[in-house]
Structures are given as C-alpha cells and as structure tokens.
Design a protein around this ligand. Structure first.
Ligand code: FDP
Length: 336
C-alpha cells in the first residue's frame, strides 16, 4: 500500500514549486477551474434525472440553439472566476464579446478562455461532453483586460486543459510540463491523479472524422482518408479503426490515450472548417504537443496561427504527429 493518492490540489502545488517566484495566484486559478468542473459534472450526471433537458430557447452567437446545460456551464465558469481578482478578462464560446472583469472585483494578470460545454448535440442522448479551457498572461497594461489579451497565439499560453464528462469525469491539464489526468471520485468530491505524464502511444489505433461529409471534402482530405483506411495503392498501410463520437473533447481524449487522429477539415460548405480556433483548437493543440503529438490546420501548426477574431473557425487535424504530418503532405500535394 505504498501507492500515493495525489489530489489535483496537491499536484498543482507541486507544479508551483518549480517556480520559486510564484505567488500562488495561478495555482488558485487552477483550483477555481477544477471546482467549476466539479459543479458542472454534478449537473451533467443529474441531467437525465431533473428537468434540465431541452432547449432553453435562446440562440448563441454561432446561431445554434443553446441547451440549458450549456447555459449552466457557462454561468458556472463565469461566476467562479469573476470575483477572484486573478483575471483581467475572460472569453467564452457562448458569449459574443469578451467578458470584462469589473474593476471593483480587482483586476488580475491572467486571461481565461473557455468552451463551457463542448459537444452539445450529445447532451440529450447521454453521450460524453466536455469543457475546454486555456490560460494566458495578459499583454495589455493597466485597467480591464482587452480583446488583444484574448487573441494571443497559442504559442504564448500558460496552461490548457479539458474536462470530459463520461463514464467518469476526468480533468486533464498541462502547464507545459507534461500532460496529467485526474479522475473525479464522486464520493469524496476530489479529482485524483489517475494518468501521470500522458504520452500519445506511438502506434495509432483510430481515425475520427465525420465521414458523412466526405462529398464536400477536398481531394487531399479524401486521399488522406483512403490512406488511413489502407486503401491507397501508392502508399499501402494497415487500416486504422474508425471512431467518431461527435464531441471533440471525447474524441480527442480517446485518441490521446489510445493513439489516433481526429480531424474536422475545411470543406466546400465550411471553408474554414467548423471548430473554433481559440476555444477548441489551440488548447487541445498544446495538450497534444505536450503529449508528443501535433495539431495542424492542414498546412500550419495551430499554435502558430494568429487569431484575428474571437469566434474564428479553423480546420483541425490533431493527434499522433506522424499522422497529422501525413495529412499536411496529402493536402499540400493534392489541394492547390
Ligand atoms: P457540437 O456542435 O455538438 O457542439 O464544437 C462543436 C462540436 O460539437 C464538436 O464538439 C464536435 O467534434 C463537432 O462539433 C461535431 O460536428 P459534426 O456534427 O458536424 O460532426
């Protein structure tokens, strides 16, 4: 019985020890996010029991109808983080504009960007969904944070993570020193370290894409998919299995642990893809990189893309490095 039980709080404190100059503000911000995740997890697990299902009747900035649980998750993230004095500004996938921190609450030096509940079409059918977050240092000086603080390149982020609400709730995060996963023990209400220093397995098992849209894809994406299926005559390979949940966090999480690639390409209907650069692609790209993987928009590293607007969309190829690099090769060869 010499196995240690490490809570997320303890892990965060140990990470903080790497920085003797740290004041603890960042660690506390990580706790706040973990606490918000626990509150959202409690609601998602009760969603089938209480009357929180169904549409709230509002339409979000993406033009999608919001579900009640999306609103709850968004409110929870905002309420947990507005009054702490740790943040300069926030941005949420559910809000059209940046979320300023009122000066009377105290303005901090960090910036929090999140997708409160990703995979919303899966809520009603009890399939895994998730929360994605990313933290930056502010770049503006003085006063309330600005849009510029929220439009930094992924390369400059300080921490990124996600929570997946699945058969158990897991929080996975990185501060640039490996990727660590914690499973929520609902009995004690603590996230306990269950996956230390996650590395994407070298031998990939899965490819994850919505193949129903194949008719809209470019030649490069089609050829790449044929290659993954072991059907490319020129470059034969063993076929990968296909898995697609339709919740980015859940699809990404499975491929992170088991090996594989998730992609949501640009197509003839969605010229810039569907997923959001700052809320979805960037945080997961950093996690992938920290786990030995890679994320690309098909031509360029996601972490090097300069965001131009908050809700900007991007094509995304993410997972095992060699598969993502192959996707780039097929795209540069066949798509002009
Ligand atoms: P959803 O629209 O259900 O919120 O980001 C949005 C997202 O889900 C991702 O989680 C998911 O990977 C993707 O869209 C699914 O889109 P398709 O239904 O077009 O495959």
């Amino acid at each position: 019985m010499d196995e240690q039980i490490i809570t997320i709080e303890r892990h965060i404190i140990e990470q903080q020890r790497r920085y003797p100059e740290a004041t603890g503000v960042f660690s506390n911000l990580m706790y706040d996010i973990a606490l918000a995740a626990k509150i959202i997890a409690r609601e998602t697990t009760r969603a089938g029991l209480v009357d929180v299902l169904g549409l709230a009747g509002k339409v979000n900035v993406q033009g999608e109808q919001q579900m009640k649980l999306d609103l709850f998750a968004n409110e929870t993230m905002i309420r947990m983080n507005s009054y702490t004095g740790r943040l300069a500004v926030m941005a949420s996938e559910e809000n059209e504009n940046i979320i300023p921190i009122p000066e009377e609450y105290g303005i901090g030096k960090y910036v929090l960007i999140f997708d409160p509940l990703d995979g919303s079409s899966n809520i009603d059918v009890n399939v895994s969904i998730g929360t994605i977050f990313v933290v930056y240092r502010r770049v503006s000086t003085g006063g309330m944070g600005t849009l510029e603080d929220c439009l930094q390149k992924g390369r400059h982020l300080v921490a990124a993570g996600y929570v997946v609400y699945g058969s158990s709730t897991m929080m996975v995060y990185t501060t640039g020193h490996g990727v660590h996963g914690f499973t929520l023990d609902p009995g004690v209400g603590e996230f306990l370290l269950s996956h230390q220093d996650i590395r994407i397995p070298a031998g990939p098992k899965y490819y994850s894409v919505n193949q129903g849209y194949e008719q809209y894809w470019s030649t490069g994406v089609r050829r790449f998919t044929r290659w993954l299926q072991g059907m490319d005559q020129e470059f034969p390979r063993k076929p990968l299995s296909s898995r697609y949940i339709g919740s980015l966090v859940a699809d990404f999480h499975r491929n992170l642990l088991d090996g594989g690639i998730f992609y949501y390409p640009a197509d003839t209907r969605k010229h810039r893809g569907k997923l959001r650069l700052v809320y979805e692609a960037v945080p997961l790209a950093f996690i992938a990189e920290q786990a030995g993987g890679y994320a690309s928009d098909g031509r360029c590293n996601i972490l090097d893309v300069q965001p131009e607007s908050l809700h900007q969309r991007t094509p995304l190829f993410i997972g095992n490095r060699e598969l993502v690099e192959r996707a780039e090769e097929f795209i540069s060869r066949y798509d002009v």
